[in-house]
Design a protein around this ligand. Sequence first.
Ligand code: SF4
Length: 397
Amino acid sequence: MARQFADAGYRLVSPSDGADIYVLNTCTVTHIADRKARHLLRMARRRNPNALLVATGCYAERAREELTQIEGVDFVLDNSEKTNLLHILEESGRIAAAGNHDRSRQCRGLRTRSFLKVQDGCNCSCAYCIVPLVRSNEKSMPFDQVIAEVRQRVEDGCKEVVLTGTEVGSYEYEGAGLKELLERILAETEIERLRLSSLQPQEISPELIRLWQNDPRLCRHFHLSLQSGSDSTLRRMRRRYNTTDYQRAVSLIRSAMPETAITTDIIVGFPGETGEEFEESYNFCQKMDFARVHVFTFSPRPGTEAAGMPDHVRPQVKKERSEKMLALAEECVRIFSNQFLGTNVQVLWERQTGGLWSGLTGNYIKVYARSSEDLTNRLLPAKLVEVRRDGVRGEIG
Ligand code: SF4
């Protein structure tokens, strides 16, 4: 969506700059995501009372009325309207076309890591998930269009493209899948780093891993959603794998590339989760040596199977489990980063906050360093010297 505006000559600014147009791409995956969306819309309105305020995304799709009722929201648009967003707004007469076509200048805010959505929709039916209710059936962007998009981003100065989708592992176009797509991107574009968003363990195959072994431009980072390390909970969640499948996928990756970061998502307090199941899940996570774990406390989403399940876990118990899992998540970051202390790593530097630059390595370690130079969007090596709470302090040069 930002690209639509940039292409038309609009200038992209930070939300805190008091923008003339705010577009919030909402998420509705948890009730916390909903709350954040409402909060951000109100904050945008306070920042510029005269701004045009637009809400779109899955929350807008699920509960249009709720967002329309927030004071100051001018437009609530479905996911299907996103690709035509600028046209809809200009047609409404509420904004005038900017008429400035200095594209390279306008795209500045889009550089560094660039997210490219190549797939949408999900045909699975995980019991807790609201996504299939708000997204259409699976569809994928044609190969040629993906290649053209990646080339355009390279031309705009992007160093890293992250391929995303509701279920990027199920990418399929004219009988070919994700592996073929990656092969073509690597062969036909000059992108320096290519990363994938979330995959499921059953999508990891020796053929897929071979691509990583053969091309260092593919980031040594796999986000493999686990959701629970207890097989009985996974069955109730209607996930399509068990912990044995998961472990097999992790071993396949690690035996080929031991330095790879494996990150994951975990839900605690799924309906019926007993103390033993939680312990199983916790112990499995510990055994997997994750580089990062995103912990979600289960919250029922309207219309999902899990919302109607019996034996919901008491809030206090969910809180205790979440705290325990979060402590493990923190420990995981520390242990994973610790192995790389003293080594030199390539970092894609993204931004400076409070005098400290931050960026990511290919294997998803967040590195902080001081520099008097402008490091934005530069791939530069740093020596890792000290593990901090959420990353590693590095030294440049
Ligand atoms: S695979 Fe992912 S998006 Fe699809 S239903 Fe399951 S959790 Fe939701």
